[in-house]
Write a protein that binds this ligand. Structure first.
Ligand SMILES: [Zn+2]
Ligand SMILES: [Zn+2]
Length: 138
């Protein structure tokens, strides 16, 4: 994901709305490795800016997803999670505390068996490891 200043410029040039609330969301997402839900971003933003609405959070997140600046991920945890690491990567999820960590591996995804690969063009593949993190494992 680009910096707050770059995103501000990009949004302006694209005719998208720029407000202090939206810039606050950019800042919260920047280098955020927690894979926050919209609600978690809303809670963090409210500490800085009590005039922010959950609707603004959702709209801004949707626009960032649309232009490919962030990823929207569904791990089946009940809410979409948002990721400013928009490179192709995989995840480790602790099933106890819910912590989600990035996993950057070049050749992790197994190739499709040839009978399937013939009738299917893969554009993207993700692997999710579920287990117990070191903090929960004691
Ligand atoms: Zn854990
Ligand atoms: Zn991630």
């Amino acid at each position: 994901m680009r910096s707050e200043a770059e995103l501000t410029k990009l949004f302006r040039e694209g005719g998208k709305k720029i407000t202090p609330q939206r810039q606050c969301i950019f800042r919260i997402l920047q280098d955020n490795q927690t894979h926050p839900s919209a609600e978690a971003i809303f809670d963090a933003a409210r500490l800085e800016m009590d005039s922010i609405s959950l609707k603004t959070v959702y709209q801004t997140l949707n626009e960032l997803v649309e232009i490919g600046e962030i990823l929207s991920l569904d791990f089946g945890t009940g809410a979409f999670r948002f990721d400013p690491n928009n490179s192709a990567h995989h995840h480790l999820i602790c099933t106890k505390c819910g912590q989600i960590r990035d996993l950057q591996l070049a050749n992790l995804v197994p190739e499709l068996p040839s009978e399937l690969a013939q009738g299917f063009r893969v554009s993207k593949a993700e692997v999710t490891y579920r287990g117990i993190c070191v903090r929960c494992d004691n």
